[in-house]
Ligand binder design. Structure first.
Ligand SMILES: Cc1ncc(COP(=O)(O)O)c(C=O)c1O
Length: 414
């Protein structure tokens, strides 16, 4: 029995998929302690969009540590937080004409969602929430309850004031009518206070919503005074191309939840962007010890200054996304008789093979070829690709070739 079996809880999960001991990492590569190198198309479940140990960000972190700067500061003022707020304003909010303030929250995406739901309830006085099938918002009591993808799990508590609408790829009249009817209704005696949506679903299977539908959400919510929360924890910070996956859709959210890749270096950090006129928090009404990760403020600032002062990263992510989806279409045609479905935007891509066992076999055949990919979506039938945005073209091609071999092997033994 090894130390992990003996000393770690049974709840551990990813290590069962990739049963090696990782040691070092750089860019899109992770190296195990026996020296085997793996290409990482998992990227910390989306927390490592800027690669492992991105040298520009490592330099900032080392400078920060050596200079004796604050590490932890709750929500007191610090030099690093001021720089970070300025960088967010200059490189993210102002260029997108977003008049929003930043709320730093505890270090996880789930905390950001909790805070967003509480603020929406405070603004509207209404507790009920509309969400979507396939969504994932975290593992706390309330975030798991509104994560329709968790619905089958026996231990997940269920808040009553929640209704999940279907995912909408192409909005029909019926979808739009159901949306409007639901927003005007009550759930368990409570009127709807918030709609929470991942404009491109991550765990749900790399599924973008129809912009027509996103616009309809905005219009109805504006009319009814319902708060629109965009959960950009996985799809944001450039994963789908633009900084936010909702850009250009007309969703125009009131609150945006951001986490995972926002520190650039994979450090714990989460925040909400709140429309200035909806920032109805009283002092200290939402709190948390780990809201002031100054190391993460410093690396995040450098990430924004390095990658978001022009549109180069956004364009390259979109181009690479096209290349990845073309390769996945090729695999579907060659090995799946064209029956697989390719989804996604930018470098949040999925190959839905329509079969749980086959998707798992592809992921393990990929691991045998030293490529790390996970499965997701309803029934875990989608192989999800989250290559780092900063991956080299050669590595991207190499990873796709390994995946093609894995799909070939998994399909041929069936
Ligand atoms: C869209 C989305 N929201 C929220 C979360 C929860 O984030 P965390 O695991 O940091 O609590 C996740 C995590 O995968 C996510 O993908």
């Amino acid at each position: 029995m090894n130390q992990f079996d003996e000393l770690e809880s049974n709840v551990r999960y990813y290590c069962r998929r990739w049963p090696v001991v990782f040691s070092t990492a750089a860019g899109a590569t992770i190296t195990a302690e026996d020296g085997t190198r793996y290409l990482d198309f998992f990227a910390g479940a989306g927390a490592l969009s800027y690669g492992h140990n991105n040298p520009v960000l490592v330099d900032v972190a080392i400078e920060h540590l050596r200079a004796g700067k604050l590490m932890h500061s709750l929500d007191t003022f610090t030099v690093e937080k001021r720089r970070f707020l300025e960088a967010m304003q200059q490189h993210v909010l102002a260029p997108r004409q977003l008049d929003m303030v930043v709320q730093t929250v505890g270090p996880t995406g789930a905390t950001a969602v909790e805070a967003a739901l509480q603020l929406a309830q405070k603004i509207t006085g209404n507790r009920a929430v509309v969400g979507f099938e396939g969504s994932y918002h975290g593992m706390t009591y309330r975030t798991a309850s509104i994560s329709a993808s968790m619905a089958g799990r026996a231990l997940v508590a269920h808040v009553k004031e929640f209704v999940a609408l279907p995912y909408v790829e192409r909005a029909t009249e019926q979808d739009l009518a159901l949306l409007e009817r639901t927003l005007r209704s009550s759930v368990d005696g409570q009127r709807i206070g918030a709609v929470i949506i991942e404009p491109t679903q991550g765990e749900g299977g790399a599924r973008p919503f129809d912009p027509v539908y996103l616009r309809a959400i905005r219009e109805h919510c504006s009319e009814l005074g319902v708060v629109v929360i965009a959960d950009e924890v996985q799809a944001g910070v450039g994963r789908t191309g633009p900084f936010f996956s909702f850009e250009g859709s007309g969703l125009d959210p009131d609150i945006v939840c951001v986490s995972k890749s926002i520190s650039g270096l994979g450090l714990p950090m989460a925040l909400n962007l709140i429309r200035r006129d909806l920032d109805r928090w009283e002092f200290g009404e939402f709190s948390g010890t780990f809201r002031g990760n100054n190391l993460a403020f410093a690396t995040s600032t450098r990430m924004l200054e390095t990658y978001w002062t022009d549109s180069n990263l956004e364009k390259s992510t979109e181009l690479r996304g096209h290349a990845v989806r073309a390769a996945l279409e090729g695999m579907s045609a060659q090995f799946g008789d064209g029956r697989f479905t390719v989804r996604g935007n930018g470098l949040l891509c999925g190959l839905d093979v329509g079969d749980t066992r086959l998707a798992a076999d592809i992921a393990s055949a990929a691991f045998e070829r030293r490529l790390i990919v996970e499965t997701c979506g309803a029934g875990d039938t989608t192989v999800k690709l989250l290559a780092p945005l900063v991956i080299d073209d050669d590595e991207l091609t190499d990873g796709l070739e390994r995946l093609g071999d894995a799909v070939d092997q998994a399909c041929s033994v069936r």
